[in-house]
Design a binder for this molecule. Structure first.
Ligand SMILES: [Zn+2]
Length: 320
């Protein structure tokens, strides 16, 4: 009987899924925008029926062994498989993920946090292939991450560990979505970059960036800051440089704490790699402990949008 894995990445603004073979090839890949306007429950119902559709079209049904892996924007209490106040899915606090999906599918189901799924995907088929100790960081609207120790993702007591985006770098820093202050996320995420540019403009800098945006400050996106950096805009370059400095501090903490072989950085903000990585690695070389920093490689993610699908499928493949 042939094995098929269904990898689902329900992390960001788009939900992606595909059938994945046990050796990591994806086929029947599909994606659709997450529509929260009809409510969270309708969104989950649609997700279940899309998964059903992919299974029907992509596998020979009863003639195959099918497992489903779902990466969800958490936090997830992994002991109960319940969402705990998820900032991106506000209506789904205490939503019983396993119960919901198990009712729809009588198949083995692995549930994982989306950033952990990204990390597992990069470890299976991407930039951290062959590593036993590595860390994944996604720089998107927020900052997510996963920590792999001795080949296993670190879940902590409840499954909510590995939140690298909420490492505190500056106790007096800007407020973070988690309720704390000065987390890595407020500096290294898309929204952090936007905030830093707006602050620079307030101080009278950023004339070029401002012009390009036809004067409407509130509409500046991190992508536009990236484009401005590509055109040599000084304010944009300074913001990425500063962002890299904070990211570097985060990396120092991770390097000292976990002594990883690799740290893999992905997510849409990582497109601006060339503009932040120099200041980030400088900080690592200056501040991380000598023994740990010598070996660690800080690398770009390789799987692109497929990392979450692959990692969710991998979690299903490896479930006991
Ligand atoms: Zn935070």
């Amino acid at each position: 009987m042939e094995q098929y894995l269904v990898g689902v990445d329900a992390g960001g603004t788009n939900i992606r899924m595909g059938i994945v073979t046990p050796d990591g090839r994806i086929f029947k890949k599909t994606q659709y925008p997450m529509d929260m306007s009809r409510g969270s429950l309708a969104m989950m119902d649609e997700l279940a029926s899309r998964i059903q559709g992919v299974i029907q079209e992509g596998t020979p049904g009863v003639l195959s062994e099918i497992r489903i892996g779902i990466g969800v924007a958490g936090p997830i209490d992994m002991r109960r498989d319940v969402l705990v106040a998820p900032p991106n899915l506000p209506g789904l606090h205490e939503f019983r993920l396993r119960e919901f999906f198990q009712e729809k599918f009588s198949l083995p189901i692995a549930i994982e946090n989306d950033a952990n799924a990204f990390t597992l995907g990069e470890g299976w088929k991407g930039a951290a292939r062959g590593c036993r100790h590595y860390i994944g960081i996604t720089l998107g609207t927020g900052v997510g991450g996963g920590i792999v120790v001795a080949g296993k993702i670190l879940h902590g007591a409840d499954g909510m560990g590995g939140e690298v985006g909420h490492m505190v770098l500056n106790p007096e820093g800007p407020l973070c979505g988690c309720g704390g202050r000065g987390c890595l996320e407020v500096y290294a995420s898309g929204s952090g970059i936007r905030r830093m540019v707006l602050e620079a403009i307030k101080k009278g800098e950023g004339k070029e960036t401002l012009k390009r945006n036809r004067g409407d400050l509130q509409k500046i996106t991190s992508e536009e800051v990236f484009e401005a950096a590509q055109e040599g805009d000084e304010t944009a370059l300074n913001v990425f440089n500063e962002m890299g400095g904070y990211l570097g501090l985060g990396l120092v903490n991770l390097v000292n704490l976990f002594n990883p072989e690799k740290i893999v950085i992905g997510g849409k903000v990582s497109r601006a790699w060339d503009y932040f990585i120099r200041s980030a690695t400088e900080v690592v070389h200056q501040r991380a402990m000598k023994g740990q920093r010598g070996k660690v490689e800080i690398v770009r993610a390789e799987c692109g949008d497929d990392a979450g699908i692959l990692g969710a499928a991998y979690a299903a493949l490896k479930m006991e």
